[in-house]
Design a protein around this ligand. Structure first.
Ligand SMILES: [Zn+2]
Length: 246
């Protein structure tokens, strides 16, 4: 059983729980999906809800794991089957401090059709430069599609490489960021961007290329997203505080 990385400020634990509810309220997660945050003082640990629908998560449901996704508390409640996604991304990516895994519906078509997901507007600037698609079949043949052990998590993290978002064929996606707030922002705007791209594709003429963000525009536009864009987090976080009192 791994040691705990030590106590975490109650406000940050509440933020992890609130992030799950924010993602549910924005339609990014439903009964499934999860969000985690790296332990602020112990890079080899992370914090995530026990296996529970995201809209129901409270601060008491947050569990600490090591990067092999083993619970640090022997009495910890049952965790998510796919928690290995989180541990392996933290292991591969020292720059990542939060991860969201979701099955948000507008995103899924881009993991099964040939059309690549593109950055259609400035709030989704982080998508410029490419969105890899993880195909579990290529590594394991027929599976239940779930990233349910460390080996599968490692393969997904390899596919993600240095990108902020990866799609998972016929399953969902992962979004990550340097903070909890940035990862939630990216998960929300990946879903919004997917909707915008579907609409734009319907408007486009035969053979027309969409006038999406260029890679260099994506790099520039992602900077204000990570500062002024946090106004969105402040709004979403307040809605949860009004609803729950925490
Ligand atoms: Zn999943």
């Amino acid at each position: 059983m791994p040691d705990s990385g030590g106590p975490v400020a109650p406000e940050r634990i509440a933020d992890v729980a609130a992030a799950a509810r924010i993602l549910a309220a924005r339609g990014v997660v439903d009964g499934f999906g999860h969000v985690s945050m790296r332990h602020p003082n112990a890079p080899g640990r992370y914090l995530m809800s026990r296996a529970l629908a995201p809209a129901l998560v409270t601060p008491e449901d947050i569990v600490e794991y090591d990067l092999d996704s083993e619970e640090c508390d022997p009495d910890a409640p049952k965790g998510f089957l796919e928690r290995f996604i989180h541990g392996q991304i933290y292991a591969a990516r020292p720059d990542v401090n939060a991860v969201v895994h979701s099955h948000s519906p507008s995103v899924i078509p881009f993991g099964i059709a040939k059309a690549p997901m593109q950055a259609c507007f400035h709030n989704a600037a982080f998508l410029a430069g490419g969105v890899p698609v993880f195909d579990i079949w290529k590594h394991y043949g027929a599976t239940d599609m779930l990233v349910s052990d460390n080996d599968k998590g490692e393969k997904l993290a390899e596919c993600l490489a240095d990108r902020p978002v990866a799609l998972m064929r016929a399953h969902g996606s992962v979004a990550c960021g340097s903070s909890l707030e940035v990862a939630v922002f990216r998960a929300v705007y990946t879903e919004v961007n997917a909707r915008v791209q579907h609409w734009a594709g319907a408007l486009a003429q035969e053979g027309e290329d969409l006038a999406v963000l260029r890679d260099e525009e994506g790099v520039l536009a992602d900077v204000p997203n990570q500062t002024a864009g946090m106004r969105a987090w402040d709004l979403w976080r307040r809605e949860i505080r009004d609803e729950t009192g925490w």
